[in-house]
Design a protein around this ligand. Structure first.
Ligand code: NDP
Length: 312
């Protein structure tokens, strides 16, 4: 373990983490940022981001995250491509241990570990994972060019994945478990106006079919109880996300879904010097711009904590 005590350590490299890094670096806190397993976070698997202010023509998710990183590094953020495996918040100085076994001491921590895709949890999904089952159309859609595919979900993610795939595939079957979409009105309109997307209302997956690769799905209509089979080569699950907060469960308060609980008017957790931002603590807004906003707040809160304790 290095004896150096860092002023600020940031866990996560989505909009929240990099924004915290930009603010912490500019405040002279020499932040150390751990990227985690999916550097850049969820935006790396997003195609066009059309709702981030300042990009009137939209921007590709990976491009935006490359820009975030560049801006954070420009002010002196040290970026490490490692995953934090565990934390110890028992003392006034906190420690984080990486998957590769390195231990770092730090006065403050900004948690911005984000959230990961949820799965249906059926056996056939596990069996056919990466053999036609995917949670990322932008990453894997190309493999199903000119083939029919299924998308599951009714939110903005499902709508976005379905419209993306509709540009590559002759037919996209969207399986929606209720009789309405949860997606925003503009996304709903896009789905319903895209000719090669067929929405299957009140429909749930019973089994994904195939042995070595996906060949379709057996589905059930929840109203009529009628079962049917849909042929498809790709099966895209787009049913929401789970916060990546498991390593904090022995230390921090979280709600029943695992979202970290922060102060009413700041980003503090119940441990002094530990702050949370982005999708790891936000189950309501979950937008890149709100994640960036809370990342900024967490860095300012960390700076105030360091100043109040005469550490800087
Ligand atoms: P949501 O939680 O909004 O939607 C999840 C969808 O999956 C719902 O339709 C839900 O059905 C359905 N679902 C959940 N579990 C199952 C299951 N077991 N079987 C079948 N269907 C299931 O998640 P999203 O990822 O779509 O969106 C998350 C947030 O990110 C939202 O705030 C969204 O607006 C935002 N977002 C914005 C984008 C953009 O602006 N470009 C792009 C993507 C996301 P039900 O409705 O019945 O609960």
């Amino acid at each position: 373990m290095s004896d150096d005590i860092r002023l600020c350590t940031i866990i996560g490299s989505g909009p929240a983490g990099y924004t915290a890094a930009i603010y912490a670096a500019r405040a002279g806190m020499n932040p150390l940022l751990f990227t985690g397993k999916e550097p850049g976070g969820q935006l790396m698997i997003t195609n066009d981001v059309e709702n981030y202010p300042g990009y009137p023509d939209g921007v590709l998710g990976p491009q935006m995250m490359a820009d975030f990183q560049k801006q954070a590094e420009r002010f002196g953020t040290e970026v490490k491509s490692d995953m934090i495996a565990s934390v110890d918040f028992s003392g006034p100085i906190h420690t984080v241990t990486t998957e590769s076994g390195e231990v770092f001491k730090t006065h403050t921590i900004v948690i911005s570990t984000g959230a990961s895709a949820k799965w249906l949890g059926i056996d056939s999904e596990k069996k056919l994972m990466n053999k036609g089952v995917s949670a990322c159309a932008v990453c894997d859609g190309f493999f199903y060019k000119n083939m029919d595919v299924i998308v599951v979900g009714g939110g903005d993610t499902a709508a976005e994945e379905a419209t993306y795939l509709a540009k590559l595939c002759p037919k996209v079957h969207l399986l929606v478990r209720r009789d309405e979409l949860r997606a925003s009105k503009i996304m709903q309109k896009r789905v319903l106006n895209t000719k090669n997307i067929t929405v299957h209302w009140n429909t749930q997956t019973v089994e994904i079919l195939g042995e070595e690769e996906v060949v379709g799905a057996r589905v059930i209509n929840r109203v009529t109880n009628e079962e049917s089979t849909i042929d498809a080569k790709g099966f895209f699950v787009a049913i929401g996300h789970k916060p990546n907060t498991d390593i904090f469960k022995d230390w921090l308060d979280m709600n029943e879904s695992g979202y970290l609980i922060t102060g009413a008017d700041n980003t503090s957790t119940k441990i002094k010097g530990v702050f949370a931002s982005g999708d790891a603590q936000d189950h309501i807004y979950r937008q890149a711009v709100t994640a960036a906003g809370t990342g900024c707040m967490a860095a300012l809160d960390a700076e105030r904590y360091l100043a109040a304790n005469e550490i800087i």
